[in-house]
Design a protein. Structure first.
Length: 227
């Protein structure tokens, strides 16, 4: 369960004070498949960074399965990012010279999982995201965009996260490949009971999630019934 309570984040830009996240609250039960839409610059990435503990809020709380991550010491935050959260980015952010399988094994290595177990789980996850077996050992920079995004989703799942945060996961893909990636994320939220929160400016993508929110002028409102 993800509970976001009264998050505020401000930036100073010259003489102006920006408030891209202004008293945002949100509750998502485990296994939710949700999206946040908003115009460019509306604060979507800022909010996602706070939920993933990549950035700190000025005030408010983020509770993941009742643990308040906004008050965790740095050492525990590192473990939170590694073990409880999976990140999926528009640019995939894979290690280009490592194979698909090695990319998926990497977060498990950081978590201290023995090598044989890492290899077995990576192969299993790459199968879950429907990456053809013949490319499991191919270097990431030799895979198509859609394949790279599948690898990055497998990597996000590596340490059994409670929450997957995806920032414009289909932004670099053609429509058909993007659709397949969204279906994959939807199936994962159902089968693995992982909460998946997608941030996008693409309304048709958002329309395929179960709950939809809009971030506008710092405020988050649910628009599930509108679209
Ligand atoms: N580190 C920072 N310092 C100053 N201003 C920032 C910082 N990070 C973000 N901002 C500002 O906060 C606002 C929200 O930015 P953010 O990247 O969260 O928007 P977004 O909705 O994700 O946009 P996009 O869809 O273009 O990625 C913008 O006005 C941005 O310039």
């Amino acid at each position: 369960m993800l509970q976001v309570r009264n998050i505020v984040k401000q930036f100073r830009s010259g003489d102006t004070l920006l408030t891209p996240v202004n008293d945002v609250s949100l509750t998502l039960p485990q296994g939710s498949f949700a999206s946040i839409v908003g115009k460019s610059g509306s604060g979507k990435s800022t909010l996602l960074s706070i939920l993933g503990a990549l950035d700190k809020a000025d005030s408010g709380q983020v509770l993941v399965n009742d643990v308040d991550i906004t008050s965790l010491p740095d050492r525990k935050l590192t473990a939170y990012r590694r073990d409880d959260i999976g990140f999926v980015f528009q640019q995939y952010n894979l290690m280009p010279n490592l194979s698909a399988k090695e990319n998926v094994m990497l977060p498990m290595e950081f978590a201290g999982v023995p090598k044989a177990e890492r290899a077995a789980r990576a192969a299993e996850l790459l199968t879950t995201v429907e990456l053809p077996p013949e490319v499991h050992d191919r270097k990431a920079n030799r895979l198509s965009g859609g394949m790279q995004q599948r690898v990055s989703i497998a990597r996000a799942l590596a340490n059994h996260p409670k929450l997957i945060l995806a920032d414009e996961p289909t932004g670099n893909l053609d429509e058909q490949t993007g659709d397949l990636i969204i279906e994959l994320l939807r199936n994962l939220s159902r089968k693995q009971e992982t909460t998946i929160l997608v941030v996008t400016h693409d309304r048709s993508l958002a329309a395929r999630t179960d709950r939809r929110f809009r971030l506008s002028q710092g405020k988050l409102e649910e628009i599930t019934r509108e679209t």
